[in-house]
Design a protein around this ligand. Sequence first.
Ligand code: SF4
Length: 370
Amino acid sequence: MDKNSFFSNIFSLLKTFFEQILETSTILFSWYLENKRDLPWRTTTDPYFIWLSEILLQQTRVAQGLPYYLKFVEYFPTVNDLATAREEDVLNLWQGLGYYSRARNLHYTAQVVAFQHNGKFPENYTDIRALKGIGDYTAAAIASFAFGLPHAVIDGNVNRVISRLFGIEKPINKPAGQGEIKIALEQIFDRSRPALWNQAIMEFGALQCTPKNPNCVDCPLNTKCFAWSSKKVHELPRKEGKTKVTTIFHSYIVMISGTKTYIQKRDTGIWKNLYQFPLIEKEMTVEEVVTHAIETFDIPGIVNFHSVREIDHVLSHRKIFAKFYTISLNTGYEILKNDIFETELDDLGKVFPTSVLTLKYLNQQKQHDK
Ligand code: SF4
């Protein structure tokens, strides 16, 4: 091949490459402008608000995350406000959203930004990615939405759209599959408009190319879609090896003395720093619970077993079978133990943040007592 033909071939390959990007992004942008939802974090380039929204929305539906976002913005309008808040106040606002380590990391990272970066978010991908609780996806989202940097986001929606468009058969939850997703994504990622492109493809995955019932018939990308043309829409994306779910038992002792009860603060695990009724992490009989309560809390006199309520709670890797045993104590008696303290029953979940599991119990009990 002579020198002229070589350059002509390279030129034509590059032309095709850029035409493909332009064509796909033109279709995506026009779909996005017509269909996008109005969401408050889409109208800002403030990295603090973008970061807040991204952390709050991880593994959470927009409808569920939106009220939390509005509450956080109202209570903590700047990163300094969040940094100087008490952790309990942050956990209280977060209550009900689950994945509490995200709330603790959020608070910690706000302090790093406020005190080590003088309240200014880092402005490049590497420094953003180095912050605690920020992974590849969140770093790309902040870098592109706040600073217009050319980093493509890859979340569940993007994985699904790309694997279907390009017919990626390798499991997307394995390194080989992710490698193919990244290569394919680069072929259509519009580096000149990264923020708009990222928003558009994520919204497209959330509303058009949905997991169960994608609207392929009216899809503006269906002529380019491998999965649609080869009837593999419901086979893609593939995933391998489901997460093993372990079963565990929780026995909570709900000691009631008039309007008061006893709670403890957890110091480990996913519910670290949340409050709960005294817990024994195994299955127990009523007799064992009563004996345990008498021995552990030095309760004098008769303990009246009252009732037991069973609640199942599913987390990503665990299924918890919980039993809440209520026992009545004589009023006026005070249990003195370092790790448990007396409080109004009503304060659990209000003054003292607690897990979704305990909230479920409190709500069911309230319904029952009505
Ligand atoms: S044709 Fe269907 S599967 Fe393909 S991109 Fe469109 S909605 Fe997704």
